[in-house]
Design a protein around this ligand. Sequence first.
Ligand code: TXA
Ligand code: MG
Length: 316
Amino acid sequence: MAVKVSPDDIRTAIAELASGKCIGLPTETVYGLAADATNGDAVARIFEMKGRPRFNPLIAHVSGLEMAMTHGNFDPLSIRLAEVFWPGPLTLILPVRQNSPVHPLVTAGLSTIGLRCPQGLSPKLIDMFGKPLAAPSANRSGRISPTRADHVTEEFADTDLVVIDGPACDTGIESTIAKVEEETITILRPGSVTSQMIRAATGIEPVPYRGEGIEAPGMMKSHYAPDAVLLTNQTNSPDGACILAFGPQSAETAKRAKHIFNLSEAGDLREAAANLYHGLKLLDATGAPQIHAQPVPETGLGSAINDRLSRAAAPR
Ligand code: TXA
Ligand code: MG
């Protein structure tokens, strides 16, 4: 059974990690399913619990830049990005250091490693543990990411798992993934550290990833998927629809809908991102066959929200 423990009970969490088990870890983006990144058995357990394809590499979470530098070969631009955005929702892809004890299962055998220092209690926990934690989102593969401790205990209800009972995630969508090569910054996955923020910090305009396949396998087309069929950019939903709304709604819309969840009545993108997965889960739990998502503007954080919506809507 999955059980919640108080965020003050760091010892229990560390004892679980030290014995090679996974824990549910709160971060500012989504809850992670975390294990000792240097322990191959522990990392394999993450894949097993998620039912995740082996080729999909995991992010190694660190306590800060110092720990990160013992695992990745940092160029000056990546250092700058870490200094500005860590702790925070930015993952950096870097060449992995030869002598890094991080297990090859974490990097899926790539010559690069994804590193991130999250906000909240994780940096302290990782510092006490003394080793990086490999952690994908704490959901079964292809399903909606968890943004509350209860989402994790529900997803793994029948599994032996300790979940740290932290706050609801305030960012609510996964970290931005960026890779520096020479003077180019490529965004492999959009997130709440936006292109504009990266440009402001570095003077360089980041480019979106255009490659095919799985340089960042989280970029797989169908991902974050509810059971219901998700329709995006819906402005005229039929009577009795199940609606994922954005912005102020007319009384008429609310009356005609069977179920409605508003990501942000005020039309605030930050609030909408924080509510996205929770709203999808609530609407999905109604058993409705379709979810009609209203349009979300493509500006700023909107592009990350639309990225997740289009993956949840992709044919499976
Ligand atoms: O916000 C987040 O990033 C959350 C929390 C728990 O930190 N984690 C998360 O992990 O979203 P996950 O496993 O769901 O997504 C990790 C992404 C995948 O798309 C993976 O392909 C990519 O990171 N990734 C990891 N290492 C990589 C590498 N060396 N090269 C390219 N992509 C990599
Ligand atoms: Mg995930």
